[in-house]
Design a protein around this ligand. Structure first.
Ligand code: GDP
Length: 297
């Protein structure tokens, strides 16, 4: 779908460029196509509408019709507006980890890439920031998920909290906190249980864990390929738990930007990282310019 968006936008702007001088009607027609293209790329309707309105206001204000290359000028306005909407935190990759041990809470639905992302970020904190990190899985329903985190931990050389059968998520969070304090860790990461869908039980558990850990960062991991669903998930989690940022995974896939745009516009929360594959180093701080470029193609 992302390819549709970029192809469509290039098509629209190619036509604009070839036309030379533009009337207000030309701009309006082009922007209508931009709106349709955004919708097709899973950008939500109100976001697409507001986006086009903002671009139209700027295009009209800037006397596009008299410029030498009006098409290019519109492209630039669309690009700049994309960057403006997408840009969140000044330094998205800088996690708040002062006051050791700093808790980081990882939340999200099952299958979003939460466990993988927890390990990727732990590895980054260790290798790039020289931090001692402890990871703990709180997924008491899925022993395999706990084991998965332990395996990843061994692979990247990051400690995981020993698994104790029969504990609740809150008990594990408490033990992680104590273990991190006594063990001299800089950061401890809590990989909460996911569900296939958002439900009360999940939210209650995440809230209880949050209250025990008092996290410095609460990062929501969402599958960047799920479009509008990703935005709904983000709104729910932010409303119930309060998140400090979003990690969009699977951005190595067909590279769509639609989810990123809606996510920013609707939740107002910064996108902090993007996941770019299954390997442990396949994660990068979010860059608005780069995603805007991908959306435009
Ligand atoms: P969880 O249930 O949310 O903890 O999800 P997992 O971390 O177990 O990830 C589910 C699957 O998605 C695994 O096979 C991961 O390797 C894969 N995955 C996670 N992040 C990415 C990503 O950014 N890109 C790709 N291509 N795969 C990913």
């Amino acid at each position: 779908m992302f390819e549709n968006l970029s192809e469509r936008l290039s098509g629209v702007f190619d036509r604009l460029t070839k036309q030379g001088a533009l009337s207000d009607d030309d701009v309006a027609t082009a922007l209508r196509e931009v709106r349709v293209a955004l919708l097709e790329a899973d950008v939500s309707l109100p976001v697409a509408r507001d986006f086009v309105k903002a671009v139209q206001a700027k295009a009209t204000g800037q006397a596009v019709t008299r410029s030498v290359t009006p098409g290019q000028q519109v492209v630039k306005i669309v690009h700049d507006e994309l960057v403006a909407v997408l840009r969140g935190a000044d330094d998205p990759g800088a996690l708040k980890i002062d006051n050791a041990p700093a808790p980081i809470l990882m939340v999200g639905l099952q299958g979003s890439g939460k466990t993988t992302t927890t390990a990727k970020l732990a590895r980054r904190l260790k290798d790039k920031n020289g931090k001692r990190v402890l990871m703990a899985s709180l997924d008491t329903n899925r022993p395999a998920a706990m084991e998965q985190l332990a395996i990843l931990g061994r692979q990247i050389g990051v400690d995981t909290l020993p698994i104790v059968k029969g504990e609740t998520a809150v008990q594990i969070a408490r033990r992680a906190k104590t273990h991190a304090s006594l063990g001299g860790y800089d950061v401890y990461m809590l990989d909460t249980a996911g569900r296939l869908h958002i439900d009360e039980v999940l939210m209650d558990e995440v809230q209880a864990v949050r209250d025990v850990a008092n996290p410095r960062e609460t990062l929501l991991v969402v599958d960047g390929l799920t479009g509008q669903d990703a935005v709904n998930v983000a709104s729910e989690f932010d409303g119930k738990v309060g998140i400090t940022g979003v990690v969009l995974t699977r951005m190595d896939g067909d590279g769509r930007g639609g989810a990123a745009l809606s996510m920013r516009a609707i939740t107002g929360k910064p996108i902090r990282f993007i996941g770019l594959g299954e390997k442990m180093d396949a994660i990068e701080p979010f860059e608005a310019e780069r995603i805007a470029g991908r959306i435009l193609g």
